[in-house]
Design a binder for this molecule. Structure first.
Ligand SMILES: Nc1nc2c(ncn2[C@@H]2O[C@H](COP(=O)(O)OP(=O)(O)O)[C@@H](O)[C@H]2O)c(=O)[nH]1
Ligand SMILES: [Mg+2]
Length: 350
C-alpha cells in the first residue's frame, strides 16, 4: 500500500526538515519515497524534490500578475496549482508501483488548508488515490505558552475537520525542549489549567480555558508523536503512527466504498438492470476542480491558460533520482512521455 503524507504546519515549524528526515529514515529501511514540494516561495530545500511547484509556477510572476503581497501570491499560486491537481495525481499514480511513500511539503500559510479551496482540492485529490495522512508539525519551543498551545491545537483541529483525513500532531524540535508538557496538557486538563492560572486576568485567559475544555474530544482522538527532525529522534514512532493512521483510513474508505456500491446496486436494481457507469478517479478530481474554480479567489483562468501548456506539472524537471531498487531509466522515460502526451491531448480536447 503506497501511503501519501501531507506535511503541514506554521512557517518555521520544521516541515521541510521533516520531509528530508522522513525520506532519509525510510531510505535507510529500503523504502522508496517520492517527494513533492508545494511551497512556491521557498528558496532552497534540503532534499531533491521529484516534483516541484516552482517548476510549474513562478511565484514572482504570480505576485506581479495579480498585484499581491507575498502571502497572497503563495495562496494564489496554490490555487492555480490546484486547477492542475489531476496532472499531479496521474503522475503519482504512474509511480505507485515503485514508490512506498509520497511525501508532500507545503507552505507555512496554513490558511491554504483551513480556509482556501485549493488545500482541500489538493488533499482530497491525493486521498482519492492513496491512503493519506496529514502531519501537523508543531514548533514545540514556541508552543510552551498555553495560549500558543491552544491556538496551535485549534489550527490542527480545523485542518482535520476541513480535510476529513487522519491527522498526526508532530511535536517537533524535541532536541531543544522537552515535549512532555504537551502530553500532559493534552491528557489532563487540570495540568493545563494550572499553567493557565499564571495568566489569570489576561484578556483571553478565560476564553483559552473554555476553548481547551471544548478541545478535549479532539485531544482524545488525535494521535501525537514527539520527534526531532534534525536529530531523527522519534522517527520510528512517527512512522508507525503514520502507518496506523493510513491503515485506519484505508479500512474506512473500503467500508464506505462497499456500502456505497451495495446502495447503488439496490437502487439500480429497483430502477433498471443496466450497470452503473463507473467514474474514474481522474473524472472525479476534474469535476471537483472545475466545480470549485469559481470558489477559488484570485484565480485567473486566463493566466492559468497562458502558462499551463508550457509548464505541465512535473514535466520539466521531475527528478527521477528516487531511490527505487529496480527502476529502469527507459521505463521512466516512457512513462514521462506517456504522461506528457496525455496532458497535451487533454488540454487540446477542452
Ligand atoms: N534544533 C532543531 N531545529 C529544527 C528542527 N526542525 C527544524 N529545525 C530548524 O527550524 C528552522 C525551520 O525549519 P524548516 O524545515 O525550514 O521549517 P518550515 O518552514 O516549516 O519548512 C530551520 O532552521 C531548521 O533547521 C529540530 O527538530 N530541531
Ligand atoms: Mg518549508
Amino acid at each position: 500500500m503506497t501511503i501519501a503524507c501531507l506535511v503541514l504546519g506554521m512557517a518555521g515549524s520544521g516541515k521541510t526538515t521533516l520531509v528530508q528526515r522522513l525520506a532519509s529514515h525510510l531510505s535507510s529501511k529500503d523504502e522508496c519515497t517520492y517527494l513533492v514540494n508545494l511551497d512556491p516561495a521557498v528558496t532552497q530545500v534540503p532534499y531533491e524534490p521529484n516534483v516541484d511547484i516552482r517548476d510549474t509556477l513562478n511565484y514572482k510572476d504570480v505576485q506581479v500578475e495579480f498585484q499581491l503581497g507575498p502571502n497572497g501570491a503563495i495562496l494564489t499560486a496554490l490555487n492555480l496549482f490546484a486547477t492542475r491537481i489531476d496532472q499531479l495525481v496521474e503522475l503519482l499514480e504512474s509511480r505507485e508501483e515503485q514508490v512506498d511513500t509520497f511525501v508532500v511539503d507545503t507552505p507555512g500559510q496554513v490558511e491554504v488548508f483551513t480556509w482556501s479551496s485549493s488545500g482541500s482540492i489538493i488533499a482530497e485529490s491525493i486521498a482519492s488515490s492513496f491512503p493519506t495522512v496529514l502531519l501537523y508539525v508543531v514548533d514545540t519551543p514556541r508552543a510552551t505558552k498555553p495560549l500558543t498551545f491552544v491556538s496551535n491545537m485549534i489550527y490542527a483541529c480545523s485542518i482535520m475537520y476541513r480535510m476529513q483525513l487522519p491527522l498526526v500532531v508532530v511535536w517537533n524540535k524535541k532536541d531543544l525542549v522537552s515535549t512532555e508538557f504537551a502530553q500532559r496538557w493534552l491528557s489532563d486538563f487540570d495540568t493545563f489549567d494550572e499553567a493557565m492560572q499564571q495568566l489569570e486576568g489576561d484578556y483571553s485567559s478565560n476564553l483559552a480555558r473554555s476553548m481547551a475544555l471544548a478541545m478535549e474530544e479532539f485531544y482524545r482522538v488525535v494521535s501525537c508523536c514527539s520527534i526531532s527532525a534534525v536529530t531523527g529522534e522519534g522517527m520510528d514512532e512517527l512512522w508507525s503512527g503514520i502507518q496506523t493512521a493510513a491503515n485506519e483510513f484505508a479500512t474506512f474508505r473500503k467500508h464506505k466504498k462497499q456500502s456505497a456500491t451495495s446502495e447503488e446496486t439496490t437502487t439500480t436494481n429497483d430502477k433498471t438492470d443496466s450497470p452503473v457507469p463507473e467514474t474514474t478517479s481522474r473524472q472525479r478530481i476534474w469535476n471537483k476542480v472545475q466545480g470549485s474554480t469559481e470558489d477559488i479567489d484570485h484565480t485567473s483562468m486566463e493566466f492559468y491558460n497562458q502558462t499551463r501548456n508550457s509548464n505541465s506539472v512535473g514535466s520539466r524537471t521531475e527528478n527521477s533520482s528516487f531511490s527505487c531498487p529496480d527502476k529502469e531509466k527507459e521505463e521512466y522515460e516512457a512513462l514521462l512521455q506517456q504522461f506528457q502526451t496525455k496532458c497535451s491531448s487533454n488540454f487540446a480536447s477542452e
